[in-house]
Design a binder for this molecule. Structure first.
Ligand code: C2E
Ligand code: CA
Ligand code: CA
Ligand code: CA
Length: 280
């Protein structure tokens, strides 16, 4: 197996080295990102299924590295997760989201339900809820203004623990959503016990609505019926076309999120648009 020419080896070593160096740089930057202002939150609107009424927003983290430029969450969230840095970063996200909500409230913008993503590593912190409550109190916002999104795969990893965590958050007045639904394996028994406010259908299924056949619609329709029977609202993610929007509306989907109606955007841009959205 070691027959490759020297050039092959060199290239292999060199590219491995490149990748490792990039990961290291990203990780080092993550340590300093909060102090240097390299993080920013963007906000993506969630609308009613007719596409008109604003129902809330999701906070999405953005990271600009001083040397490497903009790094996608796809790349840096994993690195933050594996290094454990996500715990501190997650705290920064909660605080920043609360400050933004407070600032909007003072400007008479809203009230707005803001969703924050929680990663696996955060979810296993025994003092997660305490930490969140402390921040909420310090920043003078109400738990009812916040929602926490937990991905289906993570929720199911330790479903019994997830049930407890969800209930504790709900007891404290927060809403909870199951994110990326349909991409993992859900036990129906646990889905029932989660009793969350929202089920977010992964964009993969939304995109399936553009296809000519009826399979795509059948799946989305089944997920919506299941969620409704369990008392959950359904949010379709990744809505990009008018066809998807029409079908989701006719399938009784509750909310939609996607580039068609609004991309994630900085707080200032969001605030400019929000008056128009709320006025409808
Ligand atoms: P997610 O929670 O599923 O977020 C939705 C992703 O889909 C976002 O990508 C959003 O920009 C993108 N999106 C929204 N509408 C559309 C659309 O119409 N079409 C397409 N193709 N994409 C759309 P983003 O911002 O790159 O974030 C990727 C993932 O990174 C998120 O997936 C979430 O899992 C994670 N993430 C982002 N911010 C945070 C954070 O603050 N904390 C944690 N733990 N994870 C985060
Ligand atoms: Ca999410
Ligand atoms: Ca999602
Ligand atoms: Ca996702």
């Amino acid at each position: 197996a070691k027959r490759g020419g020297r050039g092959t080896y060199r290239f292999f070593d060199w590219s491995m080295n490149q990748a490792a160096t990039r990961i290291l740089k990203i990780q080092q930057g993550l340590h300093e990102a909060t102090t240097h202002g390299w993080f920013k939150l963007h906000y993506q609107p969630k609308f009613s299924a007719d596409g008109r009424r604003l129902q809330g927003a999701e906070a999405l983290l953005r990271y600009t590295h001083p040397e490497l430029g903009v790094i996608s969450p796809q790349e840096f969230i994993g690195i933050a997760e594996r290094s454990g840095l996500i715990v501190q970063i997650g705290e920064w996200v909660v605080r920043e989201a609360c400050r933004q909500l407070r600032s909007w409230q003072l400007q008479n913008i809203g009230p707005l339900k803001l969703a924050i993503n929680l990663s696996p590593r955060q979810l296993i912190q025994p003092d997660l809820l305490q930490g969140v409550l402390a921040i909420v109190k310090q920043e003078a916002v109400e738990p009812a203004w916040l929602m926490f999104e937990i991905t289906e795969t993570v929720a199911m990893q330790d479903a019994a623990h997830t049930v407890e965590t969800i209930h504790a958050f709900q007891q404290a007045g927060f809403d909870v959503a199951i994110d990326d639904f349909g991409t993992g394996y859900s036990s129906l028994a646990y889905l029932q016990r989660f009793r969350v406010r929202q089920l977010k259908i992964d964009g993969f299924f939304t995109q399936g609505l553009d296809a000519a056949g009826e399979e795509g619609e059948a799946i989305v329709s089944a997920i919506i019926a299941l969620a409704h029977s369990l008392g959950m609202d359904v949010v379709a993610e990744g809505v990009e076309t008018a066809t998807q929007l029409e079908k989701l509306k006719s399938l009784q989907c509750d909310q939609i999120q996607g580039f068609l109606l609004g991309r994630p955007m900085p707080a200032e841009a969001f605030a400019e648009k929000i008056e128009g959205w709320l006025a409808v």
